[in-house]
Design a protein around this ligand. Structure first.
Ligand code: CCH
Length: 291
């Protein structure tokens, strides 16, 4: 029963706000987890659940939450996201009426907003799918590639160069884990704060290749404690990307506005518009969830 709030009737905006609040309150439930917050890994779950969209075949995307099933859960790109799915399972127990597909995307919204980021417009209406609807492996980006790879991957989702740069700013958050991706370390000094710091560091730091036996990654010359992937540096090496990197380094407002629009679009990839229409009547008062 995908439609049915706390009392069994259609879910209202207040019902979704309760789910949002439960996620927000649990973000720092385990001080031992990474940098003290599940926020970053929840953002990554929302992104990987949505970024499988292919506009040519109109398959993949956030509708379906097919990462619940083994094939997609075991895709190399999704290593470590079990921590986020387990977190969400606890929320799902409290609100069994919400779909996983709505829950995981709302989790990304709550995490961004609670870590100090912009408001992200979000609508409910995603349905949970079957294992047969799982996307093939290989639709998410690899960290050891250049600008052409980024375009190949993100153009399939329907994004342009400006949106690619804006979305990449999410790497202000979180870190790479040796045992998940093979890469190691955070992009910024404040990995649980959503800021434009990623762009400042791209513009102002000198990045040199890290000497180690892991996959190719870069470290900042000043402290050697931060990292960038080849795909991150690709944004500074291509003029059509670089102008937006420079713009977002100068103006956190412009970054926040553009990130909000692009992330909201990401979270709706592959969801038929009629799914949203069915719920819109319930959502008097808009699409943003935050008191
Ligand atoms: Fe990312 N990302 N990401 N990323 N990502 C990783 C971690 C995070 C790439 C590779 C990696 C986006 C785009 C890209 C987050 C959000 C976004 C990791 C480390 C790799 C590798 C995983 C690990 O070891 O745990 C590549 C390549 C691209 C190319 O564009 C986009 C877009 C978003 C969101 C809008 C977040 C958040 C994390 C941190 C996760 C954590 O657990 O801390």
């Amino acid at each position: 029963e995908s439609q049915g709030g706390q009392l069994g009737g259609p879910a209202t905006k207040g019902d979704y706000q309760k789910v949002y609040n439960a996620i927000a309150e649990a973000l720092e439930k385990n001080p031992e987890y990474d940098d003290g917050s599940y926020g970053p890994v929840l953002v990554r779950l929302a992104w990987h659940a949505s970024g499988t969209y292919d506009k040519h075949s109109n398959t993949g995307g956030s509708n379906g939450a097919t990462m619940r099933f083994a094939p997609e859960a075991n895709h190399g790109a999704n290593a470590g996201l079990g921590a986020a799915r387990d977190f969400m399972e606890e929320i799902k127990k409290q609100f069994p009426w919400i779909t996983y597909a709505d829950l995981w995307t709302l989790g990304g919204v709550a995490a961004i907003q609670e870590m100090g980021g912009p408001k992200i417009p979000w609508r409910p209406g995603r349905k949970d799918g079957t294992v047969e609807q799982s996307p093939p492996e290989g639709r998410l980006p690899d960290g050891d590639k250049g600008p052409d790879h980024l375009r190949h991957i993100f153009y399939k989702m329907g994004f342009n160069d400006q949106e690619i740069v804006a979305l990449s700013g999410a790497h202000a958050l979180g870190r790479c884990h040796k045992d998940r991706s093979g890469f190691e370390g955070p992009w910024t000094f404040a990995p649980t704060s959503f800021t434009n710091e990623y762009f400042n560091l791209l513009v102002n730091e000198k990045w040199t290749q890290k000497k180690w036996n892991g996959p190719p990654q870069f470290e900042d010359k000043t402290t050697k404690s931060l990292m960038m992937l080849m795909t991150d540096l690709a944004l500074t090496q291509d003029s059509s990307f670089r102008k937006h990197v420079q713009r977002y380094a100068k103006s956190e407002d412009e970054f926040f506005n553009d990130f909000s629009a692009a992330f909201s679009k990401l979270l709706e990839l592959g969801v038929p518009e009629e799914n949203f229409k069915a719920f819109e009547a319930q959502l008097e008062g808009g699409r943003s969830f935050k008191f």
